[in-house]
Design a protein around this ligand. Structure first.
Ligand code: 2AL
Length: 243
């Protein structure tokens, strides 16, 4: 199968590390194409960044056309997820939604450990949107900037993340950690080794769940709100995104 992995931010080195994380868990016959938008923020750390990044996600979904059997959006705010599902029949998975599902198979309650404290509300909104408020016991910011995770493969951030995860597990009485950033893919195995509890990287979870959906023959429903966008003109810089 052809899997399109979209890093919604424009940092190409982060796209490459996400592609490596995806490759580590994907089936040998899964072809992974990893891309990022041609415009938009270098990291996504707030509502403003997210809105622009969501348009970049749609740019990449449109460019792929029917060439992708499944699409993974590798930013923890799942920017543009519903819109991307309108734009293609391939299953589209966001890493937050995929991670919440995966964590719920291996624990009765999980904690999210993310980057800047200001992004916590974005994850909290997604917990409510996806109906995970009975499983997610807390969302915790570390004030680690997204691009700091790019230095040293994220190794410099491991001690601070480990401390935050330990505090979250104790405070929330949770059994698993969901990592709240696509850029944390490279540190998840080391954190799981140190913590001794399941640590879910959404990129890996989304890739494997996307493969499962393709294997099951499931596509995005075109009945109802995920129907193809209505044909109309989009003006200005968004011209190419109109249907
Ligand atoms: C993210 C993420 O996954 N990628 C990015 O640029 N920002 N999320 C976050 N909470 O910082």
């Amino acid at each position: 199968m052809n899997l399109l992995l979209i890093n919604p931010n424009t940092t190409a080195s982060m796209t490459r590390s996400m592609a490596e994380a995806a490759r580590r868990v994907a089936r040998p016959d899964t072809r992974i194409t990893a891309v990022q938008p041609s415009f938009g923020p270098v990291s996504i750390e707030g509502h403003h960044d997210e809105v622009i990044a969501a348009a970049g996600v749609l740019e990449q979904v449109r460019q792929a056309g029917t060439g992708a059997d499944a699409v993974v959006l590798a930013c923890f705010g799942d920017p543009g997820l519903d819109a991307a599902r309108e734009a293609t029949e391939a299953p589209v998975l966001g890493i937050a939604e995929a991670a919440f599902h995966a964590a719920s198979f291996v624990s009765t309650g999980f904690s999210v450990v993310t980057t800047l404290v200001r992004t916590c509300v974005i994850a909290e909104h997604l917990v409510l949107k996806y109906g995970y408020e009975r499983r997610c016991r807390g969302v915790h910011g570390t004030d680690i900037p997204v691009l700091a995770l790019e230095e040293d493969d994220g190794l410099a951030c491991v001690p601070a993340l480990e401390d935050a995860c330990r505090a979250a597990l104790a405070r929330d009485r949770s059994g698993a950690i969901v990592l709240g950033c696509g850029g944390m893919a490279s540190v998840s195995a080391e954190l799981q080794r140190r913590l001794g509890v399941p640590v879910i990287d959404g990129v890996a979870a989304a890739v494997v769940l996307a493969e499962a959906l393709v294997q099951l023959g499931l596509r995005t429903s075109k009945q109802g709100d995920y129907a193809t966008p209505l044909p109309k003109r989009y003006l200005g810089w968004a011209g190419a995104l109109g249907w």
